[in-house]
Design a protein around this ligand. Structure first.
Ligand code: S3P
Length: 170
């Protein structure tokens, strides 16, 4: 990989990875989409079949498979929770960028998205607690964090470019 995006659900990982991938002609790999493609099941179906632990086991296997592929990787919101996943992200030796938004903004962006089983039943307070519980895991593997609250996805992409000093193409 050339770049890895991490962060809570709704932080913009997928959208921003696509913007950067288009601009720099890099393949974009979305870990959730890869899990769905490989299992033939939706994320809610995987959670329904075996709970979060089952999903995390699959997520780890797929991460280990794709980490050495070229391009930009958008991880799932819970990918950095496992220590072995954090080790894989770190060992890739590419910039790991943490996208972050407040709980209120996260709630506004994802609402009661039924495709996100862990968020579907949470109100803003629940989301804030889950985000806080994960903060250390994100910080442990991030090279830097972008606060996305006030930014459009394009502005987030530009903020990443500025931090990485990527060459801006016309
Ligand atoms: C999860 C986030 C989701 C998906 C799964 C679990 C999480 O990815 O991997 O529903 O634990 O935060 P997104 O961050 O792309 O929504």
């Amino acid at each position: 990989m050339e770049l890895i995006l991490i962060g809570f659900m709704g932080s913009g990982k997928t959208t921003v990875s696509q913007l950067l991938g288009q601009k720099y002609h890099l393949p974009v790999l979305d870990l959730d989409a890869e899990i769905v493609a490989q299992t033939g099941q939706s994320i809610p179906e995987i959670f329904a079949a075996g709970g979060e632990a089952h999903f995390r086991a699959i997520e780890h296997q797929v991460l280990a498979q794709v980490i050495d592929q070229p391009g930009i990787l958008a991880t799932g919101g819970g990918t950095p929770l496992r220590e072995d996943n954090r080790a894989l992200l770190k060992a890739s030796h590419v910039p790991v960028v943490h996208l972050r938004a407040t709980a209120a903004e996260t709630k506004r962006r994802i609402g009661h998205d039924q495709n996100r089983p862990l968020a579907a039943k949470l109100d803003q307070t629940g989301l804030a607690k889950l985000k806080a519980a994960r903060h250390a895991a994100y910080q442990a593997c991030a090279d830097f964090t972008i606060e996305t609250n006030q930014l459009t996805p394009l502005e987030v992409a530009q903020a990443i470019e500025a931090r990485l000093s990527l060459t801006v193409q016309p």
